[in-house]
Design a protein around this ligand. Structure first.
Ligand code: SF4
Length: 121
């Protein structure tokens, strides 16, 4: 099924053909339909227009998506840093307990003097 291509507006002129858009746009491959959301107004868009006219809106949309991606990557990075710090603290604690157990040399489970869970206080 072929899609009906509407004619361009009568009050605008093509900069290439220097003719009214109503005379030429429906024959041009740059005459395209765009559906989506206008990034400036948030309103739905479903419209035929010259690709050159769409460019500013698409560039704004692209910049917006890039900003959102950057924010998501930064958030992910911050979570990774926090998790790495927690993991490093856990490794430190395990190493400390293992060293203390070896120092006692009795093979008993490691109990540190400042360990609040060992019940020695
Ligand atoms: S779509 Fe753009 S380039 Fe093509 S005829 Fe229309 S105004 Fe000109």
């Amino acid at each position: 099924m072929t899609q009906q291509v509407p004619r361009g507006p009568d009050h605008l002129f093509c900069p290439f053909w220097r003719m009214r858009q109503s005379k030429v746009c429906h024959t041009c491959p740059l005459w395209v339909q765009v559906r989506g959301t206008n990034p400036q107004t948030g309103q739905e868009v479903d419209q035929w227009q010259c690709s050159l006219s769409w460019l500013p809106m698409l560039l704004i949309e692209c910049a917006q998506q890039s900003r959102q991606t950057g924010a998501a990557v930064e958030s992910f990075r911050n979570q990774m840093v926090n998790q790495r710090e927690v993991a490093a603290a856990m490794v430190d604690e395990i190493a400390r307990r293992a060293i203390a157990a070896r120092a006692r040399g009795n093979g008993a489970p490691p109990v540190l003097e400042d360990d609040p869970d060992d019940g020695s206080r």
